[in-house]
Design a protein around this ligand. Structure first.
Ligand code: S3P
Length: 190
């Protein structure tokens, strides 16, 4: 059995806890998460994608027709399902920007023994990235509110085990740094 088979097996979390990427919209959680899982030879899940798959509709539509409170309820339930019902649990999990700051979610992640990594950048940079075509983000529509929300959440994000600055760095560079910080050297495949 090689290391990757060992890490993807049942005993994976005995040796390497799940890495959870948090941070504001535009931080690169999904792209970095995918690359990180690739270089670690482990599995990746994106909480927003899980929500879309389970709900059968895009996040913007859930916000529009059911409201943010309902979205947060679904998000919490999906996080619980990923942590408690997925087997094996993903090696890397990217959260949506608001998930970590909702009551109870941080506790759920800590109870699960996750290694929490905060990806950050300046608010100007985050805003610029969110203006690129791609996923519709209901909470990025208003520039002023975007900035206020970032300030409101920043202290909570900073409670992560590690903070990584993504400003001016490629997805590959950030993923590599996260691996160096969060994965003990004896468990690295690179
Ligand atoms: C949100 C961020 C989004 C998505 C939803 C709400 C937030 O995810 O979960 O639109 O509250 O910051 P990304 O951070 O991946 O854009």
């Amino acid at each position: 059995m090689n290391l990757q088979e060992y890490l993807s097996g049942e005993r994976r979390h005995v040796v390497q806890p799940m890495i959870v990427l948090i941070g504001f919209m535009g931080a690169g959680k999904s792209s970095v998460g995918r690359e990180l899982a690739r270089i670690m030879g482990t599995t990746f899940a994106d909480l927003d994608e899980e929500i879309v798959r389970t709900a059968g509709r895009p996040i913007a539509e859930i916000f529009q027709y059911d409201g943010e409170t309902e979205f947060r309820r679904i998000e919490r339930e999906q996080l619980r399902a990923v942590l408690e019902e997925t087997d094996p649990t993903p090696g890397v999990l990217a959260l949506g920007g608001g998930a970590f700051v909702q009551l109870g979610n941080e506790e759920m992640l800590r109870d699960a023994g996750a290694t929490i990594v905060f990806l950050d950048a300046s608010v100007d940079e985050l805003q610029k990235r969110c203006q690129q075509p791609g996923v519709a983000r209901p909470l990025a529509a208003n520039e002023q509110k975007f900035r206020e929300l970032y300030q409101e959440r920043r202290d909570a994000y900073a409670r992560a085990h590690y903070t990584v600055n993504t400003q001016g760095r490629t997805v590959e560079q950030v993923a590599h740094q996260v691996m160096l910080l969060a994965v003990p050297s004896r468990h690295r495949t690179q």
